[in-house]
Design a protein around this ligand. Structure first.
Ligand SMILES: [Zn+2]
Length: 188
């Protein structure tokens, strides 16, 4: 039994950050880019994680832009060979740029979709067992990053209950293994 049976990080969830190296919604830690944009990095491997539900619309937009600008660029090219103002190279350059970013997104999103499909075909028992045995084991900690991660799968009440369970482990001693818990020293 894993430390956090409330959460199964092996069930695909478009609204939870996913690691394309570990193939799971692994726990993350946050870092900030220079401009303050948060980066979600996998705790297990350090790879930058992404939110499938957020990336897919961007990817579709970029790939659509690639097709549109590429088409316009190719259409204009023969008409602009002898004109002073040439828009086709600009269109083709942007199409290439959008295509590069959109293609990179597609590379990772495709991995997610394949994984998600495989997970959806598994029984809930199998998914539970997979979560128990996964190399990216889930563990409890008191931190903002943990709360952010857990709130992808739980609502506020469920998260509070989870914290309560770890805050008062003596009330439910048989429900989970206490090996990995750090209990406060008992002075009295
Ligand atoms: Zn990872």
């Amino acid at each position: 039994m894993r430390e956090l049976p409330e959460i199964n990080h092996c069930i695909s969830n478009r609204h939870a950050y996913w690691c394309a190296k570990c193939y799971v919604h692994s726990q993350f830690y946050l870092e900030s880019e220079r401009d303050g944009t948060p980066r979600y990095l996998c705790r297990k491997c350090g790879f930058r994680m992404f939110l499938p539900g957020e990336v897919v619309p961007w990817m579709n937009g970029l790939l659509f832009g690639t097709l549109l600008l590429g088409g316009v660029g190719i259409f204009l090219l023969p008409h602009e060979l002898e004109t002073y103002w040439q828009w086709s190279p600009v269109c083709l350059a942007f199409a290439g740029f959008f295509g590069l970013i959109g293609g990179m997104m597609w590379f990772y999103v495709r991995k997610y979709f394949k994984w998600s499909l495989r997970q959806k075909l598994k029984s809930s028992n199998k998914l539970e067992k997979e979560a128990d045995d996964h190399a990216c084991s889930q563990y409890y900690e008191v931190s903002e990053d943990f709360d952010k991660w857990a709130l992808q799968f739980l609502n506020e009440d469920q998260l509070l209950k989870l914290h309560d369970r770890f805050d008062r482990p003596q009330q439910a001693p048989n429900e989970f293994s206490s090996d990995s818990l750090e209990l406060p020293p008992r002075n009295s």
